[in-house]
Design a protein around this ligand. Structure first.
Ligand code: BES
Ligand code: MN
Ligand code: ZN
Length: 497
């Protein structure tokens, strides 16, 4: 991760290679822009009068050796016409960082905290800018033997107005760093191919998280058999990779405070099993463990922050493969809870391994349960890459998670769970079946999960559309995004003591 700091340098006194200011469509100058303009005999106003740069979101211009400035470059980046949101500010910072990476700039200062961003506080703006820079510059290069030409960009400074702002800006920067490193862990795990990121590897990565208040247990196949997680074992039947069940326990809060449980789907490769998937894009099913990556990313972030909250994590991990020993369409399984499941499609495996994890999580008596899963293609159709599906049994918890998702920019959007949907998973020969037909696929998958939680508040996040992005976006060049981490840290912070 590139070095980021906060400073009170002004555009004029900035001693770095580049000072970056934002330019809106309306060409209303920000405080920093006004400063340069006045000190440079309206250099900026004359530039804008040429019409060479309109201020459209992300457009880019550089003025060199502006009179009165110490930095040799004044970079102007368009912030667009709308009132900026924190999410857009984050995207803007990501765009700028990536663009700067292509230049000879080693050290740059960003003058973005003087922009008006809704009612956002300084801390929120610093957080958004820093997170944007770190996420925008992320690249997954582990497997490239010929390093691409290295960028010289090594140092970003986020400017704030006054010395009195430094302390809160510094705290915001630290929090942003924790969240970004959690997201980067989640991205790295997601991007690792299935032959590297196996259930065993996920277990090792969980064990590598270390903190005095964190305990990690990784169960091997024998331990999973001993516990009777038969759903996880059934999905694992066709694979030659051993399954893992991972239990994390972070006790950062008061001992008497109940934990919040996070449950993750860790399908390290989902071929569909005997109900095999079509070949095109099947490679993307290495990302089917992004729910578990989100859980591990959250633990990384909260341990780095020393967040005063108690959190338990539960990850079910296996591959889903076809073979002579694989579970088959028509099979009836008995889950860990005892509920019997008719398997109509072996590709609806995520709900089966999550069922056991949810039951086990509830047995540990948490205050509430949140699960993360790349569960349904239907959710990609419903919400695309812009929001995760949000379902659950408790309106208050749904509202809290929804609110956290909107403030963090890691968006999730509510979907209904009317009881009539439950009829779609009724089985003729077992208690329930593992598919509910094409209609409302995301909802019926959540209905299936709901059979394995008790009355305590539970929400399910379907991150199938948000967990990875092959085309890329401002915040994510390509591949795993780290979805679920930021919203959860935000939620946990609000629940901290
Ligand atoms: N991992 C997939 C869901 C998925 C598909 C995520 C495409 C992202 C992109 C899941 O295991 C699955 O295959 N679900 C099936 C369920 C169906 C058989 C009821 C699906 O969505 O097609
Ligand atoms: Mn599947
Ligand atoms: Zn799957």
């Amino acid at each position: 991760m590139i070095h980021i700091e906060v400073s009170t340098d002004t555009v004029m006194t900035c001693g770095h290679d580049a000072a970056v200011i934002a330019l809106a469509n309306e060409q209303v100058l920000s405080t920093s822009a006004q400063q340069v303009d006045e000190a440079s005999q309206q250099c900026l106003s004359r530039y804008l009068a040429t019409g060479d740069q309109k201020g459209d979101f992300g457009d880019w211009g550089i003025l060199y050796d502006v009179a009165g400035m110490q930095a040799s470059r004044l970079v102007l980046v368009g912030s667009g016409s709308d009132d900026l949101s924190l999410m857009k500010l984050q995207r803007l910072a990501a765009k700028v960082a990536r663009q700067l990476q292509k230049t000879g700039v080693e050290k740059a200062s960003l003058y973005f905290t003087d922009l008006s961003v809704g009612g956002a506080s300084l801390a929120e703006k610093v957080h958004a800018v820093a997170q944007g820079v770190w996420l925008g510059l992320y690249a997954f290069t582990h497997h490239q033997t010929k390093a691409k030409k290295a960028s010289v960009l090594s140092h970003i400074s986020i400017a704030v107005n006054a010395d009195a702002d430094l302390e809160q800006a510094q705290a915001a920067l630290q929090k942003a760093k924790a969240v970004a490193s959690g997201m980067i862990l989640a991205r790295n795990l997601g991007n690792e191919p299935g032959n590297v990121c196996t259930p065993t590897y996920l277990g090792d990565q969980a064990e590598a998280l270390s903190h005095p208040k964190l305990d990690v247990q990784v169960w091997d196949k024998a331990a999973i058999e001993h516990q009777g997680l038969r759903g996880l074992l059934a999905v694992n039947q066709g694979s030659s990779e051993e399954p893992r069940f991972i239990v994390l326990n972070y006790q950062g809060g008061k001992p008497e405070q109940k934990s919040i449980a996070l449950v993750g789907k860790g399908l390290t490769f989902d071929s569909g099993g005997i109900s095999i998937k079509p070949s095109p894009a099947m490679d993307e099913m290495k990302f089917d463990m992004c729910g578990s990556a989100a859980v591990l990313g959250v633990f990384k972030a909260i341990t780095e922050m020393n967040l005063p909250v108690n959190v338990k994590g539960f990850i079910s991990s296996t591959e889903n493969m076809p073979s002579a020993s694989a579970y088959k369409p028509g099979d009836v399984l008995e889950s860990y809870k005892g509920v019997t499941i008719e398997v109509l499609n072996t590709d609806a495996e995520g709900r089966i391994i999550l069922a056991d994890a949810l039951t086990y999580a509830c047995e540990q008596d948490p205050a509430c349960v949140i699960d993360y899963a790349t569960l349904t293609g239907a959710c990609v159709i419903a919400l695309g890459a812009q929001a995760s599906g949000l379902l659950g049994n408790n309106q208050d918890l749904i509202d809290q998670v929804h609110a956290a998702s909107m403030t963090s920019g890691d968006r999730a959007w509510p979907m209904p769970m009317f009881e009539e949907y439950q009829e779609q998973i009724e089985s003729k020969i077992a208690d329930i079946k593992n598919t509910g037909g094409r209609a409302a696929g995301t909802v019926t998958a959540a209905c299936f999960l709901s059979r394995f939680v008790d009355e305590r508040p539970w929400v399910h996040l379907d991150i199938a559309g948000t967990a990875w992005n092959m085309e890329g976006s401002d915040l994510c060049v390509s591949g795993a995004t780290g979805a679920g981490v930021a919203l959860t840290v935000d939620f946990l912070e609000k629940n901290a003591v």
